[in-house]
Design a protein around this ligand. Structure first.
Ligand SMILES: Cc1cc2nc3c(=O)[nH]c(=O)nc-3n(C[C@H](O)[C@H](O)[C@H](O)COP(=O)(O)OP(=O)(O)OC[C@H]3O[C@@H](n4cnc5c(N)ncnc54)[C@H](O)[C@@H]3O)c2cc1C
Length: 176
């Protein structure tokens, strides 16, 4: 977070950082990004040696009853960045079919074709979508593949998802 002036640090909405997916400079004006940048900048200004690793722009919003989220990049951005990428779009049910309160979940997963590396994810639905997006965000940041996402040992119980969670279905479809 150190600027080109040795004793001046930049953090938060006024600063750019590295996009972990593309490796390029990016601007993600978001609260967690800003706060974590602030911790790194403040610690370094006080003599520590911390490094802000970058971000993937994970964003969650609630639009009326809908939980909407995205992390990483879209297919259009991936192609523009030179990735040989593709996407999978699935519609699934948010809870075990017999458990009340479930609803449709739509997930789009963007991945690199040959390696299967996750590049982005978008989710929309009324139920249990925020935790799903944040789970895939961890996988994107860790540069996992769709196969590694498929085999991730997610917890299951009917109120929170079906045995084949929408994330697992999306990963499974992407493996084909
Ligand atoms: C309506 C709204 C909703 C948002 N919701 C979300 C959300 O749900 N999730 C999310 O991740 N992000 C959200 N954000 C973005 C998030 O708030 C920002 O990314 C984050 O607050 C940026 O932190 P910051 O410290 O860089 O800047 P700020 O939080 O803007 O802090 C900058 C501070 O500097 C002060 N300041 C400015 N000029 C001077 C000066 N000359 N001298 C002294 N002080 C000065 C300002 O008064 C302010 O207190 C939202 C933003 C808005 C506007």
């Amino acid at each position: 977070m150190q600027t080109n002036f040795e004793y001046i640090y930049a953090a938060g909405d006024c600063a750019t950082s590295k996009d972990i997916v593309t490796g390029k400079s990016s601007w993600h004006p978001l609260a967690q990004v800003s706060n974590k940048m602030g911790r790194v900048a403040g610690s370094n200004a006080a003599g520590s040696k911390m490094v802000f690793p970058g971000s993937i722009g994970t964003t969650l919003v609630k639009i009326f009853d809908y939980e909407v989220g995205f992390a990483g990049i879209t297919l259009e951005e991936a192609v523009k960045e030179g990735f040989n990428a593709d996407k999978t779009v699935i519609k699934a049910w948010s809870r075990a079919a017999y458990y009340e309160g479930g609803s449709e979940v739509f997930i789009e997963i963007v991945y690199e074709k040959l390696s299967g590396r996750l590049l982005g994810c978008q989710i929309v639905g009324k139920d249990n979508c925020a935790w799903r997006l944040n789970s895939v965000a961890v996988a994107i940041q860790a540069k996992l593949s769709v196969e590694e996402l498929f085999y991730t040992d997610f917890g299951y119980t009917p109120p929170f998802g079906p045995v084949w969670d929408p994330i697992v279905i999306a990963a499974s479809q992407s493996m084909k």
